[in-house]
Design a protein around this ligand. Structure first.
Ligand code: 3HC
Length: 311
């Protein structure tokens, strides 16, 4: 009966066991996983655009090669996560259509432009750094395919973060102009990277249920705290200023007190009114339309292969 299936599911979650695609699961569990995993996949795919902007203009062959490798990794992460979402019964076409028709969410962070080379450093260091804070706990998500995808993705993410830090380190220890460019870039990316963790806990409608189902292991604010704590010593190593002038450590509580995050900016981006939302969706839609012939050719080729095997 439904009750027995629900009880079995609850016992698995309680015992910190994995839920696998063939297991019974509550419809709402399935829905929230499709929501989160598809958004995560969309974020990886859209996340290729800000960095792709600098592949043809990288300052050296070494930097160009590293950036190409990183963008290629993001594509792979996206395809990996779409496949994980498909195990829950949604098709790749449905997810792609939702994205190109502007009906799907993806991480707010990719709706900012990348006007300077230093942004490749700030994105690697801050954005992939934040992603690591968020993705390491997701390796233990109760849904098997998602947790296992995260293990593979986290390994590559640490290379992404390292190369970003190295770009900023080179600039901040270079000429005064280079140091200025690195500081300006960090000023532009610091607050948006804090927004990646989502709204504050008291304004997070999905957290309670996601934590009860052991999808989300730590709250949005807890992970934001962890990320800020990681950044502070790295700002010193970089010789760059943290843009949060109100940031201070509360010895009593062992907590970082952050300055005000601009949630109006965050909400505007979620409503599609960010600096680059329209560009990102248009580019994704154009790529989908221009790539249609490749998909048709592949389908036709597979059909002919099957025909041949028949005789
Ligand atoms: N950008 C866009 N939407 C966001 C957001 C953000 N930074 N933060 C929260 N939201 C949305 C949520 O999706 C939710 O809307 P919905 O109900 O319509 O989906 C709403 O704001 C309320 O937020 P909640 O905290 O209630 O939602 P969640 O419990 O889902 O928590 C989350 C939000 C922490 C982002 C969680 O979904 C999550 O951990 N997702 C997986 C990680 C992810 O998507 N990371 C993307 C970063 S980019 C990346 O990893 C690529 C790397 O290579 C750089």
């Amino acid at each position: 009966t439904e009750e027995e299936q629900q009880a079995h599911f609850d016992a698995l979650i309680e015992a910190d066991q994995r839920i696998e695609p063939r297991d019974w699961m509550p419809e709402k569990y399935r829905k929230t996983l499709i929501r989160q995993i598809s958004q995560h996949a969309h974020s990886e795919i859209i996340g290729m655009q800000p960095e792709a902007n600098w592949i043809t203009r990288a300052p050296s062959l070494k930097r160009k090669a590293i950036l190409i490798a990183k963008v290629q990794d993001e594509a792979g992460h996206g395809l990996y996560l779409y496949s994980a979402a498909q195990t829950l019964g949604i098709s790749r076409e449905e997810m792609t259509d939702a994205l190109i028709e502007g009906r799907a969410r993806y991480s707010s962070i990719f709706n900012y432009h990348t006007p300077s080379w230093a942004d490749m450093g700030a994105i690697g260091w801050l954005v992939d750094g934040a992603a690591i804070c968020n993705q390491v706990p997701l390796c233990r998500a109760s849904y098997g395919p998602y947790g296992r995808a995260m293990v593979r993705i986290c390994k590559e993410e640490s290379f992404h973060q390292r190369q970003g830090f190295e770009i900023l380190y080179e600039l901040s220890h270079g000429t005064p102009e280079q140091k200025q460019m690195a500081q300006e870039s960090v000023n532009r990316w610091y607050w948006p990277s804090l927004m990646m963790f989502g709204p504050s806990d008291d304004a997070s409608p999905n957290s309670a249920q996601s934590m009860a189902w052991k999808i989300k292991r730590f709250s949005n604010d807890e992970l934001r705290q962890r990320f800020v704590g990681m950044c502070v010593p790295q700002f010193e190593a970089l010789g760059l200023e943290c843009p949060d002038k109100d940031l201070r450590y509360d010895e009593e509580t062992g907590k970082w007190i952050l300055g005000e995050i601009d949630w109006d900016e965050f909400n505007a981006i979620l409503d599609g009114r960010g600096p680059a939302n329209t560009d990102r969706i248009r580019n994704r839609r154009d790529a989908h339309e221009e790539g249609a012939w490749v998909r048709e050719a592949a389908v036709e080729y597979a059909r002919k292969q099957r025909e041949r095997q028949r005789f």
